[in-house]
Design a protein around this ligand. Structure first.
Ligand code: UT7
Length: 329
């Protein structure tokens, strides 16, 4: 059983922060950021909440699908920056959209979140339990960024993407993976309230992490870079093999957007022609799990997705997590 994306939506904040804007607050430059990452600007939320951004993307996706919220059996949200501990953002989005029946839940697989969500959705569709699933990826990464740390603050942005998925007879293959031994390589520590019986400071397994500042992303950039540049081509090749497809038969690769140099390094192995590799990092930076659905929205708007095109989406991120899916448009 395959899946069909029947609708795509997006939301990005209006506020744009350019590389020159960042150079006014940290020791960096447009030249450094452009050459080392491919990023020129990013959208930053100035008051929006993640569920509000996700709900806007979801409404657009439903409209695009010609469906209403009553057609949706399940809402799956991927995010690493939820608005609250509980309920899930999926419930807040469901409330905003007006459903009284949809199953709603969040998942956190960092930048691979949309890939994981799509595969979970496909499995629920396959059981026959659900007909239509709304997948929303909504991220306010600026919430977990230390804007005095030039090694991370230039990389990320905010935004949301949403898709409505249903069953189809098209091809579908997935290859998901993880390596939790890299769990501390990209980390944002939470602040917890102490209960009246707490005796000591909470300690993470790694001493290094205990020195991190609360609520801010710390990253071993070079390590993540190597992991991503090696994993991306491998997982794409593996999912294509599983689907019995060659790289020549693939119409489009829509990868997670973390750094243009990661995409270039991956493509030195894959050797896809330029027009088959989606690159959207220049305008948005890294929006974690929202990069891929936002990319699909752009591609659809630009008329670059045709019926039965074979699309591969592929992601990698904190956790460490990774995965790729090949499906028919
Ligand atoms: O979604 C997954 C999450 N993250 C990623 O995928 C990120 C993966 N990693 C990367 O994209 C790259 O490793 C970075 C963009 C984070 C760093 O690029 P790099 O080419 O590996 O730079 P570097 O860390 O080797 O640093 C080179 C120099 C250093 O200075 P020194 O020690 O050579 O004097 C850094 O301090 O560049 C300096 N630097 C900067 N300079 C200007 C680091 N950040 C900046 C900056 N502006 N923003």
């Amino acid at each position: 059983m395959g899946i069909k994306i029947t609708g795509v939506g997006h939301y990005v904040p209006d506020f744009i922060v350019t590389n020159d804007d960042l150079a006014k607050i940290v020791d960096t430059s447009d030249d450094w950021i452009t050459q080392r990452t491919g990023i020129k600007r990013r959208r930053i939320a100035t008051g929006e909440l993640a569920y509000q951004m996700g709900a806007k993307a979801a409404k657009e996706a439903l409209k695009d699908a010609g469906q209403s919220i009553d057609d949706i059996d399940m809402i799956l949200v991927s995010t690493i920056t939820p608005d609250c501990f509980t309920p899930s953002i999926a419930c807040l989005i469901g409330n905003e959209l007006g459903t009284k029946t949809a199953v709603a839940m969040d998942l956190n697989a960092a930048c691979s979140g949309y890939i994981y969500a799509m595969d979970i959705a496909r499995n629920f569709l396959e059981t026959g339990a659900y007909r239509n699933i709304l997948i929303v990826s909504t991220e306010i990464i600026s919430r977990v960024i230390d804007y005095s740390d030039r090694t991370t603050c230039v990389l990320f942005g905010d935004g949301a993407g949403a898709t409505v998925v249903t069953r189809s007879n098209g091809i579908y293959s997935s290859s998901l993976g993880g390596n939790p031994s890299g769990a501390y390589k990209l980390f944002a520590k939470m602040k917890h309230h102490k209960n009246p019986w707490s005796l000591a400071q909470e300690n993470y397994e790694m001493d290094k992490v205990n020195d991190f500042s609360y609520g801010h992303i710390s990253m071993e950039g070079e390590e993540i870079f190597k992991f991503a540049a090696l994993t991306l081509p491998k997982v794409v090749q593996s999912v294509l093999k599983q689907a019995n497809l060659t790289l020549d038969e693939l119409d489009l690769l829509v990868p997670h957007q973390a750094n243009i140099r990661i995409l270039q390094a991956a493509n030195r192995r894959l050797k896809l022609p330029e027009e088959k590799l989606y690159v959207g990092i220049e305008d948005y930076g890294n929006i974690s799990s929202a990069c891929i659905p936002l990319g699909l929205w752009h591609l659809k708007k630009e008329g670059k997705l045709k019926n039965h095109d074979k699309i591969c989406i592929a992601g990698f991120g904190a956790g460490l997590t990774y995965g790729a899916i090949v499906f028919e448009w």
